[in-house]
Design a protein around this ligand. Structure first.
Ligand SMILES: Cc1cc2nc3c(=O)[nH]c(=O)nc-3n(C[C@H](O)[C@H](O)[C@H](O)COP(=O)(O)OP(=O)(O)OC[C@H]3O[C@@H](n4cnc5c(N)ncnc54)[C@H](O)[C@@H]3O)c2cc1C
Length: 493
């Protein structure tokens, strides 16, 4: 089959953009199509978890994200005009040698997407706007997809693989007939909107203001960094309520539930209604088609997990597609995408649902380590090869996130890991000779370092320990399985 691209990605949300960046830096030809004529304009997924920040560091976009984001302000609880106390929604922590990004960053989803797109363009990629994937067929050697513009078929695109990053209502998932199993977390609807408030309204930008007992349902106003906009979230006590997103209705809601007047809302920049759902696709892969992000799992916004989990899906899939398409890795490597990400998505769904229900019951809403995604790993994966025995309970093992730390020469481990390669790290031991010159592995030796102990660690391109050993026995076989064996071949998948 003639191929227009190696990978066709449907949907330029955070998931599709991260995947396109990762593939671009691997020299994989990806075509990213987006049915809308511009990026999503709302602040929706505004919490970037520490693990996502590590991914964005690797992809070269974190400095821009840090400059545009801020820490979460303290919550300030109101009853009418009475202040009723402050607390931190996000538990604050100091960075450590092994965890350089310790806090959740606040940044509007629209800004994150703009910065991701800018990075993609820097790497030579682009988003093709106004291009909706409407259908596709799969062949033995590729996928042929129909694109439409303004409802009219406009192009047929052929690619080796198709990734559905087309959101919760995924056209691709539906076309495949893959079911979503899940539940409504809360039958009561919610409104989310970005509102610009008049300075005279007196809503300070140093706090995230909440009126939990407002008539009709709780209201929260979170100041978004980089401007004068607040994210408004309003819940409705009445499950049958119809959420009106018209600017006048948003103004009236704030006037009815808070001390603000309707005229204090200078502009309603964006507004949407939703009901919290938790659901997961029954499969994340069908042949040459992969589901990622909201197309594979939808979350309650509580706990800020959806966008972050989509970023991790893309990051897990990107290097595997790159190894198969560019380095001749066995196609079986791609089986590990669903095997690794489906259990993670199930765990994360459980977390956001628990947090949502606890908040709705008025229980403590402080978020701790469970939402940071630093503890997620792939120990049970077929790609986690732990060849050492007798390890201590808390030892770093194959499948775990590879922690950061000093290298002893002024650099950090994350400096060594940054890029599309594997890193063979010898910690407190000698590096083995690697026969040939595999292009996708770098090697480094550091002194014994407590989070690693001593030994040989092969760090995957997505920052997890793939293989670990006291000696290099078994390393060759592992490298062959991931397309990192000496004398790599480039073969069409
Ligand atoms: C109120 C609220 C608050 C939230 N807060 C957080 C938070 O703090 N942290 C967090 O992690 N998550 C949060 N989320 C969730 C987060 O917004 C989503 O999980 C995230 O947007 C999913 O990204 P995605 O790229 O997978 O899908 P989407 O962002 O939905 O992007 C899919 C894209 O695909 C396009 N598309 C759809 N169909 C097609 C097609 N057929 N062809 C081409 N393009 C198509 C769409 O136009 C869209 O641009 C929140 C959600 C809500 C509603």
């Amino acid at each position: 089959m003639r191929r227009d691209a190696d990978v066709l990605i449907a949907g330029a949300g955070p998931t599709g953009l991260v995947l396109a960046i990762d593939l671009a830096r691997r020299g994989v030809r990806a075509l990213l199509v987006e049915k809308a004529d511009r990026l999503f304009p709302g602040s929706r997924g505004k919490g970037l978890q520490p693990r996502s920040q590590e991914v964005l560091d690797d992809l070269g976009v974190l400095p821009a994200i840090q400059a545009a984001g801020s820490l979460y302000p303290r919550m300030l609880r109101w009853e009418g005009t009475e202040r009723r106390g402050e607390w931190d929604m996000m538990k604050r922590a100091e960075p450590t040698a092994r965890i350089p990004y310790a806090n959740t960053l606040l940044i509007p989803q629209s800004r994150t997407q703009e910065l991701l797109r800018a990075r993609l363009v820097e790497l030579g990629g682009e988003v093709r706007f106004g291009a909706e994937l409407t259908g596709f067929r799969e062949y033995a050697d590729g996928v042929e997809a129909e694109l439409s513009r303004d409802g009219a078929a406009c192009e047929t695109v052929r690619a080796a693989f198709l990734v559905a990053a087309d959101g919760g209502r995924s056209t691709v998932r539906r076309a495949l007939g893959i079911g979503m199993t899940g539940e409504t977390v809360d039958p009561r609807p919610m409104l989310v909107a970005d509102v610009r408030l008049a300075p005279e309204a007196g809503v300070d930008r140093g706090n995230w203001h909440v009126w939990p007992t407002a008539p009709g349902g709780g209201v929260a106003l979170c100041p978004l960094p980089g401007g004068d906009v607040f994210q408004l979230i309003a819940s409705f006590e009445d499950a049958a309520a119809v959420v009106d997103t018209a600017p006048e209705a948003v103004r009236d809601l704030l006037a009815a539930r808070t001390p603000l007047a309707a005229k204090d809302v200078v502009e309603v920049v964006w507004a949407s209604g939703f009901r919290a759902r938790a659901a997961m696709a029954d499969r994340f892969r069908a042949g040459r088609v992969f589901l990622a992000g909201d197309a594979a799992h939808v979350h309650s916004p509580a706990g800020g997990q959806g966008l972050n989990t989509g970023i991790q899906d893309a990051y897990n899939l990107g290097w595997k597609l790159g190894q198969v398409l560019r380095h001749g890795a066995p196609a079986a490597l791609l089986d590990s995408y669903e095997a690794e990400r489906l259990p993670v998505a199930a765990d994360v769904l459980g977390i956001s649902t628990r947090i949502h229900r606890a908040s709705a019951e008025g229980e403590s809403t402080q978020r701790g380590e469970e939402v940071q995604q630093l503890g997620l790993g792939y120990r049970d994966s077929a790609l986690a090869a732990e060849t050492r025995t007798g390890l201590a309970e808390d030892a770093l093992r194959a499948g775990d996130r590879a922690p950061d730390g000093p290298c002893g020469d002024g650099r950090r481990l994350f400096d060594l890991f940054r890029g599309p390669h594997f890193t063979l790290l010898a910690v407190g031991t000698a590096l083995p000779g690697l026969p040939g010159a595999p292009t996708c592995i770098r090697t480094a030796r550091i002194a014994a370092y407590e989070p690693y102990g001593t030994g040989l660690f092969l760090i995957r391109p997505d920052g997890y320990v793939g293989w670990a050993g006291a000696t290099a026995d078994g390393l060759d076989a592992y490298l062959a399985a991931v397309g990192a064996a000496p004398a790599p071949v480039t073969a069409p998948a």
